[in-house]
Design a protein around this ligand. Sequence first.
Ligand SMILES: Nc1nc2c(c(=O)[nH]1)N[C@H]1C(S)=C(S)[C@@H](COP(=O)(O)O)O[C@H]1N2
Ligand SMILES: [Mo]
Length: 501
Amino acid sequence: MNTTHPASPRAWAAAGLLATLAGLAVGHLAAALTAPRAAPLSALSDAVIAVVPLEISHWFIELVGTLDKPLLVIGLAIGVAVVGSGIGLLWRKHPWPARAALVVLTAVGAAAAATRPGLGAAAVLPSLLAGAVAFAGLQWWDHRTRTVDAGGRRRFLAVVGGVGAAAVGASWLASRFGPAGIEADRDSFALPDPDVPAVEPGPGADFDAKGLSSYWTPNSDFYRIDTAITVPRVDVDTWSLRVHGMVERELTFTMDDLLGRELIERDITLCCVSNQVGGDLVGNARWLGVSLPELLAEAGPDPAADQLVSRSTDGWTAGSPTDLVFDGRDAMIAVGMNGRPLPVDHGWPARLVIPGLYGYVSATKWLVELELTTFDSYDAYWITRGWSTPRPIKTASRIDTPLSKAASGTVVVAGVAWAQHRGISAVELQVDDGEWQPCALSDVVTGDTWRQWLLEWDAAPGEHKLTVRATDGDGNLQTSERQGVLPDGATGLHSVTVKVE
Ligand SMILES: Nc1nc2c(c(=O)[nH]1)N[C@H]1C(S)=C(S)[C@@H](COP(=O)(O)O)O[C@H]1N2
Ligand SMILES: [Mo]
């Protein structure tokens, strides 16, 4: 049978879809081998985050929470797939406009990638490759459908589908074992011993109660918050940290430079300004790194510089008050977290940790620059998006256990409380409308970490409401007034309703 069957519109749309998906897969593979953030969908998502109006992003995050990024990527993938099908459909009758549309789609991806901070002009390559594969695929389909029998369509399906599937598999392998896969570097990184070890908190730092957060949050459980669609992959061998701005002399440090300095180790609790009352965007880790004020001092900071802007390799910035950086607290550039090199998700190879400030104004991951400037002359990432300039962390307390059910009799009620750098001096629990009862507090040695609290409650059957409140190290009681997370952190008391049987 060698007659020509003109392909149906549906077949053209399917061909467009398949060619586009194969293109995306090949583009993804090219990025996985070079710069993962340059993958077409990753770069597009990043670009959308950068340009979308504030109101829309707030509304979206409010609606879907931390699903925001996966949903954005999936939404864009569907969008590109729909456009690809449309191009296939258009090509059937109008091949030239369809070709032009494909070029435009390719250019959008390339432009998104090229304009991502920290990526160079070579970042256009994955998108160009994706476009070329889609183009070649549709061109071939066009040729087949116009000249040969239906068997040719099956071959198209097998070849283009096969190219796409092979690229997906190869990307997966490349992301783990390929040249841009930095996990091996990180895993083989020999973390030195500290010159100044953290003070051991002793056995009294952890009540070790069932359901209670441990004093140290394991790296695998540590909350992660950042704007990165694809986590930056930094090559530690070429990494450097530049100190510039209002300084007497610009300085640049390599990883060897950092490791050659005095290494300090500190327990510091990190928390996110967008943590809801009772939420889990908080964790305590043992950080290893170098003193931030000592390193900055070598550059000779201008006393008029009231803001330290720290910049990530992906362009994200935080602005911290220099008076806090230099007031003697353990502000540090960390390279180790809980005895391991910094996990990639938590900023490998180096990040900032400043006790007493929320993450968005202090805890820059994938750190590459420190710039001394003023608050008047520069607004950092979240400040331009409606969040407050740095304010102290709000005193907070959380019930970890029980959360919903308990057996009558003695019930261990326990949780954590934090007010970094001021410390926690008391925690009280209220059962229903009863008196506030003082809770036992775990032993900690600095005000920079959270403290566990615990109360043995004689629980009678029925439904009971438990409410917790803390007092910080300055003697100020946690406020019961409810406030949302914007612009400077939520307030209010955490309550749980427990069914006692
Ligand atoms: N490069 C970069 N660093 C960043 C962020 C970011 O989006 N990009 N988010 C900050 C915020 S808002 C918080 S709360 C902390 C969270 O650190 P973690 O993910 O290690 O817990 O990282 C901070 N550092
Ligand atoms: Mo945050």
